[in-house]
Design a protein around this ligand. Structure first.
Ligand SMILES: [Zn+2]
Length: 134
């Protein structure tokens, strides 16, 4: 299952970030998921909970932010959001489009961790710029 290997990558990145930050555990992982990434969000959430077992990510929530497919229409010379992910036509002038701007990302946006000695509800966010290999 394709989602499972992606889930393991995400868990590894989050686990490593949490360890570096000296966190007790990861609370939430925020992910940007392109409509054309070829990943089923529900399957990824399920795989994530399996992959997280035995790591600092165990029990963490995976929050998926869907990213629409955006293209550049050469005719309009404007960025456009596709009406359907796999129909490569400009929604305005109806001409075929060839340039993808976004929509394939599987990208960790941020990770919320729980500090190890925190009795307070201190929350810290780690910003990452890492894209998992597809
Ligand atoms: Zn157009």
């Amino acid at each position: 299952m394709h989602e499972l290997s992606i889930a393991y990558d995400l868990v590894e990145i989050a686990d490593e970030a949490a360890r570096k930050a000296g966190a007790a555990r990861v609370r939430t992982v925020h992910l940007r998921l392109g409509a054309m990434a070829g990943v089923v969000a529900d399957a990824l959430r399920f795989s994530f909970s399996i992959a997280a077992g035995g790591t600092l990510v165990a029990g963490a929530e995976l929050v998926i932010e869907p990213v629409a497919v955006q293209v550049c229409c050469d005719v309009c010379a404007q960025p456009r959001v596709l009406e359907a992910p796999f129909v490569f036509r400009c929604p305005v002038c109806k001409q075929p489009v060839f340039t993808l701007i976004q929509g394939r990302e599987i990208q960790i946006e941020s990770i919320e961790i729980e500090e190890s000695e925190a009795e307070s509800q201190a929350e810290s966010e780690e910003k990452l710029d890492e894209t998992t290999p597809s």
